[in-house]
Each structure stands twice: as structure tokens, then as C-alpha cells.
Design a protein around this ligand. Structure first.
Ligand SMILES: Nc1ncnc2c1ncn2[C@@H]1O[C@H](COP(=O)(O)OP(=O)(O)OP(=O)(O)O)[C@@H](O)[C@H]1O
Ligand SMILES: [Mg+2]
Length: 225
């Protein structure tokens, strides 16, 4: 098993004027390539903070975070951004699609930042949309789609460049339970196709879908399954 994510005593402290918030208080775990992990814990426990480190959106205050073998604290901003766009795909609770762009254009967007040849954008984006069963909605604008369809489009955007790691922060939080299940099954398929999937959730049903559970409480690991 090849390690793809590793945190060693990772801390993240936010300073706000006089106040110090310790969002992550010495977290250690390793995730191997191809795992499907759910990260669970109450509101404010540090899940998003942890995902921001894994997603190369933020660096630890102390401790070591390695993504794809790279210690992210040692990378300059350009190398950090390059690692992010090459290795990671993101799915958020509120989809974050660009409202003025069609679904196809939204899904094409990451390819530009990954340096993929322009002539291939359309074909790759269409293929990603077919993977999430949205082949017949490509020219729609996000507001012309249902919540579940928006989230499937967001998943297509996350996977279009074939990243090794898919991070999803409450991806079913805005969906009804039936639609949530459909979206979850897509994550399972993406995982079965080889990607490492890490999902933050409050929902035990979603958590049970993952093959491994990491529980976080007050910025520390509470339980590792
Ligand atoms: N940018 C920030 N500045 C200051 N404090 C922050 C910042 N981001 C998060 N925090 C604090 O860090 C702690 C962990 O926040 P985090 O967003 O990681 O929680 P979470 O587990 O994702 O919660 P939720 O389930 O509500 O999304 C919280 O106490 C929060 O208030
Ligand atoms: Mg959060």
C-alpha cells in the first residue's frame, strides 16, 4: 500500500487579535492510495481545517503534512498550487459552480489550470459528465438543474483531471436522503476506479458507506477505524 496522505502531529492555530483558537491540536494519521475514508465529528471539531491541510489550501502551524510524499510546509507557493491542481479534486456542500457558465464550461475549467491542451477540454469534460449521468444536461446553466444534478456536475468537475485524491466537505449536506445516496454511490464508483476519496460528513449513513472512519473531537483524533 502506498501512502498518499500523512499527518504527523499536525496543529493549526488561528490567531484573531488577542484570541487564539487551536483548531487542530496534534493530529496524526496516514491514508493510503485507493482508500475511502470518512472524517466525522461535531461542528467546530476541526474537520474543515483538516481538509484544508489535506487539500493544500492551508499549511499547518506545526507538525508535518505530506501529500503525495511532499512535505507541504517546504513547498513555495507555486509548487504548492501546482501540487493542489495536479493531485486534488474538491467537492463542497454548496456545489460552488460558476452560475454564468454552462455545466460543460464549469467542468472544463480545472483543465485550464492543469495545463491540459485546450483541444481536449470539451471531450474530457463531456466524458466526466457522462460518468455522473449528466450527459444530457451539459449545455444547461447551474440554476436550470436540481440540487443533486448540481452536485453531480461538481463531482464531474472534481474528477475531470483524474486527480489522485477527491476531497468532499459535506457533499450531501444540502441534498435529500435519496439524492444523497445517488451522490454517494458516485463517490464509491470513483473510489472503485482508483481514486482516494475523503469525505467529511455529519451523517452516519454517509459515514457507514466509507471503508474507514476517522473521528475528530476538539481538534484531536477521537477514534480511528
Ligand atoms: N479562519 C479561521 N479563523 C479563526 N478560527 C477559525 C477559522 N476557521 C476555523 N476556525 C475555528 O477552528 C475550529 C474548527 O473549525 P472547522 O471549520 O475546522 O470545524 P468543522 O469541524 O469543519 O465544523 P463544521 O461541522 O461546523 O463545518 C472552530 O472553533 C472554528 O471556529
Ligand atoms: Mg466544516
Amino acid at each position: 500500500m502506498k501512502e498518499i496522505v500523512s499527518l504527523e502531529d499536525a496543529r493549526r492555530v488561528y490567531r484573531m487579535g488577542q484570541n487564539i483558537v487551536t483548531a487542530l491540536n496534534g493530529v496524526s494519521f496516514t491514508i493510503n492510495e485507493g482508500e475511502f475514508v470518512s472524517l466525522m465529528g461535531p461542528s467546530g471539531s476541526g474537520k474543515t481545517t483538516c481538509m484544508n491541510l489535506i487539500g493544500c489550501l492551508d499549511r499547518p502551524t506545526s507538525g508535518i503534512v505530506r501529500i503525495g510524499g511532499e512535505n507541504i510546509s517546504l513547498l513555495n507557493d507555486n509548487a504548492f498550487a501546482a501540487l493542489r491542481s495536479r493531485t486534488l479534486g474538491f467537492v463542497f456542500q454548496q456545489y460552488h459552480l460558476i452560475p454564468s457558465m454552462t455545466v460543460l464550461e464549469n467542468v472544463m475549467l480545472p483543465l485550464r489550470y492543469q495545463g491540459v491542451e485546450k483541444s481536449r477540454w470539451k471531450e474530457l469534460a463531456a466524458r466526466a459528465l457522462e460518468r455522473v449521468n449528466l450527459g444530457d444536461r451539459m449545455s444547461h446553466l447551474p440554476h436550470e438543474l436540481s440540487g443533486g444534478q448540481n452536485q453531480r456536475a461538481a463531482i464531474a468537475r472534481a474528477v475531470v483531471g483524474n486527480p489522485k485524491i477527491i476531497l468532499a466537505d459535506e457533499p450531501t449536506g444540502a441534498l435529500d436522503s435519496h439524492t444523497g445516496k445517488t451522490v454517494l454511490s458516485i463517490f464509491s464508483e470513483i473510489n472503485a476506479a482508483g481514486a482516494t476519496v475523503i469525505i467529511v460528513t455529519h451523517d452516519p449513513v454517509v459515514g457507514a458507506q466509507a471503508k474507514r472512519l476517522i473521528k475528530i473531537l476538539d481538534g484531536k483524533i477521537a477514534q480511528e477505524g
